[in-house]
Design a binder for this molecule. Structure first.
Ligand code: ZN
Length: 241
């Protein structure tokens, strides 16, 4: 295995093709001269999000954007048991108050795989769109978890990775606002048209905030965030239709 020493200000973005990770990719491209992306197949109910990745990468292409990595964890996740994120069962809350879309350890696994790629590629920063503010309470998206993972990865791989979470304290309205700050209406347009969030894989129903069923928890968050941002944000009224 080839291995490079770490280059400062290089980043690997966990890039799923959704709103959050696309915003993170734009955020990283605005900061760092070299940015690579990584995506994971994990037996998602709908492959549509992964199919969105390349068109988004093309829309954001610039000399800072490096190669894309795709890791197939389907067999690994399947071997750990089914959840509503990976099997065709209804989305509901479990007894512990977590939605059954929670895949235990998934983000820990993703961060570990990302760090292994970053190690090999000599990348210092690992950027992930996890958020503690208004997501479904997934414990592996919390700030403490990510900080603990940074320590564990740095000790376990003898590196100085920096795990960056630009969305950690932003709600969905603030995520739309961040995209606008980073890339104006053009980036907001890319996110509306090309990113995918809907748990049900719906890409036929078009809303002002993008494609989706409009009723699943992911669509609901995205729609309410859009509503709050366009009502109260600094660009209120400038984006329509
Ligand atoms: Zn939906």
């Amino acid at each position: 295995m080839t291995q490079r020493s770490q280059t400062p200000d290089t980043a690997l973005v966990l890039f799923s093709g959704g709103q959050d990770s696309t915003t993170c990719l734009a955020w990283a491209l605005a900061r760092y001269p070299h940015v690579e992306t990584v995506g994971f197949h994990y037996g998602q109910r709908h492959a549509i999000e992964m199919a969105c990745r390349e068109p988004i990468r093309q829309a954001l292409a610039c000399d800072r954007l490096g190669i894309d990595h795709v890791v197939d964890l389907t067999a690994t996740i399947a071997g750990l048991g089914q959840t509503a994120m990976t099997a065709d069962i209804a989305i509901e809350m479990d007894q512990g108050g977590l939605p059954n879309t929670f895949v235990p350890g998934r983000n820990l696994l993703f961060l570990t795989c990302a760090a292994a790629i970053a190690y090999r590629r000599g990348l210092r920063r690992i950027v992930t769109g996890v958020c503690e503010t208004d997501y479904s309470g997934y414990p592996d998206c919390r700030d403490d978890t990510v900080k603990a993972m940074q320590l564990a990865l740095n000790l376990g791989m003898q590196r100085r990775f920096v795990l960056e979470t630009p969305l950690m304290w932003r709600d969905k309205a603030a995520t739309w606002a961040l995209a606008f700050d980073l890339g104006g209406e053009a980036l907001v347009g890319v996110i509306r048209e090309l990113t995918h969030t809907c748990y049900l894989g719906n890409r036929t129903d078009r809303h002002i905030w993008g494609f989706g069923c409009g009723t699943c928890p992911a669509c609901d968050l995205r729609a309410r965030g859009w509503e709050r941002w366009t009502q109260d944000g600094p660009v209120a009224g400038t984006i329509t239709g």
